[in-house]
Design a protein around this ligand. Structure first.
Ligand SMILES: [Zn+2]
Ligand SMILES: [Zn+2]
Length: 161
């Protein structure tokens, strides 16, 4: 704090108490006493309100006397902390979206499988109805019936095109 000095007489804070005014000026104890008698700041003439510059100052006042490199280091650390937090939040968002999409895909696949199974069952029922109209008595009969059933299906598919 080599820059701290009384803004009125130039004294450095080596043996004397120093004060910060609410208007942002610094005075030694002697100059504060002189200013108090006239009740105005020596520099800007505003009404005088002071706080002694020491370790018990309010944090807001203390900030003015901090080493700027220390403030910069603290600001960078805070910034890193904030960036890390926001990055984690973005990752959480994509994790949530990914698991939702995965669940939806699983539900879709399950529904499609059920639908295909139901279609297959209907097809079997139709096939057995078809077999019963053909008076199937043997395995050979069944194979021929099945072949003609498949041909009928192909013809039906072609006619629908
Ligand atoms: Zn002074
Ligand atoms: Zn002032």
């Amino acid at each position: 704090m080599d820059w701290v000095h009384c803004n009125y007489c130039g004294t450095k804070p080596t043996q004397i108490k120093m004060f910060l005014t609410f208007c942002g000026h610094v005075f030694c104890q002697n100059c504060v006493a002189k200013a108090k008698s006239r009740q105005n700041c020596h520099v800007c003439q505003k009404p005088l309100k002071t706080a002694e510059i020491n370790k018990n100052m309010s944090p807001e006042c203390m900030d003015f006397f901090k080493d700027v490199r220390q403030i910069a280091t603290e600001a960078v650390a805070e910034l890193k902390h904030v960036v890390k937090f926001q990055q984690a939040q973005r990752e959480f968002f994509w994790k949530v979206k990914y698991s939702q999409a995965k669940r939806e895909t699983e539900m879709f696949n399950e529904a499609r499988n059920k639908h295909q199974k139901a279609l297959q069952e209907v097809e079997y029922v139709i096939f057995f109805c078809f077999l019963s109209t053909r008076n199937v008595r043997s395995a050979g009969h069944a194979t021929r019936a099945k072949n003609s059933w498949q041909r009928a299906k192909i013809c039906e598919a072609q006619s629908q095109r």
